[in-house]
Design a protein around this ligand. Structure first.
Ligand code: GLN
Length: 546
């Protein structure tokens, strides 16, 4: 057997400004190198002091993505898994907080044996140790590390320093890609390279020169500007990759390949492509861009109102899961964001008539709850396909208890612990954690098994007896109410293997075309090349109706 190559590292850094798609760029590099026959791992190094992303408000930071291991991360990890079509281990996500906490805890335990513990050396050493773990765990040929933030910030400097040190020791195994932005000011009408030149100078201050520049702009970068950037930044002209705006993020790998980014990267490492196959990806993008029809889905949530802006980033995995399943079903999903509060007034419910389906995603706290319950009741009575995710399932159970069982005071302990009928209550171990004030990373998190009920919508959709799905919650269906709920027609079609935790609730298909809620987050497992069976079943139910 040929000797395994030492792993190669590509560090992706951002220049000029944030928000130009460094995450999807990293993910796309992953798709491309994987398509060339390499085992690729993608890593995000976030500058935050939060030990994980679980404690951050989604309106501020976007969706909290949950990994198989239960680690709560930045939404970029979701893009990585979607673009690679594989689950990544927890080592692939790190924050400054996580690294500093680990090193400081070690110091407090005297593990450094009296040494002066310093950011440069001890923190960088810990970052590099984690990268080594990534390579071991993933048996990776190439590891692409996205360094969060933009060049010139204080906060991400320690990651750059670790990267610089790694390059010192392994000159030929490390490369730097800078994702930069080239503005076209409307008063000038010309694409300007100077901000990128300055960003490269700043990167030079860390002792690093980029090997490749991914030039983001509204338009493609022309030859003249490529040559200018090459000269001024000390990068080969063929290593300036044009990255114009595209209509769908799934186009990016295909677009990058037009400038041959994959082979440029491989040649830096003296590697040759083992195969050439973006075909499956292209097949998906083709379906995505050429739908034969359209469906409309109302998403009822609360994490998209910040000031004058609507931030659908908080639900990015839900959006992608819907769009992916729709594309595979040959239709385009038009998603409309509706604020739950708006439906507290039942007069507004008739606005929902025009939608093919309704989805209530995960959530926390009291805001908009009655609105969501009203919407679920409306979907149930009017036989509009309804899909509830996590909180959306708990509220389905509350709606059913209130309106079908007649338990008017049915509620979740999260909102009203004194309610007479707590059909949703806190899990016992969670109670202790909250009493201790232990909020970080302490929910029921990560992958758990569910056993499916033969013949149910869930079982027929998954075509399996058991499934593994990712969770993120503190509350659950109260077992005391299961018998009465089932007697009145609600089916618990997915349960934990010991039978105590209700993972899926649904109405039989004879009663409603699709009225289903899941205690987990199926959106985290929906991928372009592997659409999620439940999202696909939801989309099919909408299609059948239209
Ligand atoms: N707030 C609910 C719970 O903690 C639901 C969580 C969610 O939707 N992710 O159980």
């Amino acid at each position: 057997m040929a000797k395994k190559q030492t792993p190669k590292y590509i560090f992706v850094v951002g220049g000029v400004m944030s928000g130009v798609g460094k995450g999807v760029t990293t993910a796309s590099i992953g798709t491309i190198l994987q398509s060339k026959g390499f085992n690729v791992s993608l890593v995000k190094a976030d500058p935050y002091l939060n030990v994980d992303a679980g404690t951050m408000n989604p309106t501020e930071h976007g969706e909290v993505f949950v990994m198989e291991s239960g680690l709560e991360t930045d939404q970029d990890m979701g893009n990585y898994e979607r673009f690679l079509n594989k689950s990544l281990p927890r080592e692939n996500y790190m924050t400054n907080g996580m690294i500093f906490k680990y090193v400081i805890d070690k110091e407090r335990a005297l593990a450094y044996k009296g040494a002066c513990v310093e950011p440069t050396y001890h923190i960088t050493e810990e970052i590099l140790r984690r990268l080594k773990e990534v390579s071991k765990k993933g048996d990776s040929d190439i590891i692409v590390v996205e360094i969060g933030g933009t060049i010139g910030e204080y906060q991400n400097a320690i990651f750059l320093e670790a990267a610089r040190q790694l390059r010192l020791k392994n000159r030929n195994d490390v490369m730097f890609a800078m994702v930069s932005y080239l503005p076209i000011p409307s008063t000038i009408g010309e694409m300007k390279t100077k901000p990128t030149q300055n960003a490269v100078r700043q990167l030079n201050g860390y002792g690093i020169n980029p090997d490749i520049i991914i030039a983001r702009s509204v338009d493609p970068v022309d030859k003249k500007r490529k040559e200018k950037l090459a000269t001024m930044c000390g990068v080969l002209p063929e290593n300036i990759i044009s990255a114009p705006d595209v209509s769908s993020i799934y186009d990016i790998p295909i677009n990058f390949e037009k400038d041959g980014i994959g082979n440029r990267m491989l040649s830096h490492f003296n590697l040759k492509p083992k195969k050439k196959d973006l075909n499956q990806w292209k097949g998906f993008v083709n379906k995505f861009k050429n739908p034969k029809g359209e469906i409309s889905i109302a998403v009822i949530g609360k994490y998209f109102e910040t000031g004058n802006y609507v931030l659908s980033d908080s639900y990015i995995s839900v959006i992608e899961a819907l769009k992916i399943s729709a594309a595979h079903a040959g239709v385009k999903a038009n998603l409309v964001w509706l604020s739950a509060k708006h439906f507290e007034d039942t007069k507004n419910l008739k606005e929902l008539k025009e939608f093919g389906g309704i989805l209530v995603p995960g959530g926390f706290g009291e805001t908009g709850i009655q609105g969501k319950i009203n919407v679920i009741e409306y979907a149930r009575k009017n036989k509009i396909p309804y899909f509830g995710l996590c909180y959306g399932m708990q509220l389905l159970v509350i709606e059913y208890a209130r309106n079908v069982l007649g338990l008017k005071d049915a509620n979740t302990e999260e909102i009203n612990p004194k309610a007479k009928d707590l059909v949703i209550h806190i899990m016992p171990d969670q109670k202790e954690k909250l009493a201790r004030g232990d909020y970080g990373g302490s929910m029921r998190l990560g992958s758990y098994e569910a056993v499916l009920k033969e013949g149910s919508i869930a079982q027929k959709s998954y075509k399996a007896k058991t499934v593994l799905e990712r969770h993120r919650h503190r509350y659950e269906v109260n077992e005391e109410y299961i018998e009465v709920l089932e007697k009145k027609g609600l089916v618990f079609s997915g349960k934990s293997p010991d039978g105590h935790l209700m993972e899926i609730a649904e109405l039989p298909v004879e009663k409603h075309p699709f009225f289903l809620g899941v205690q987990f987050h199926p959106e985290f497992l929906a991928r372009p090349l592997a659409p999620h069976p439940l999202f696909s079943a939801f989309i099919q139910a909408i299609k059948n109706r239209e």
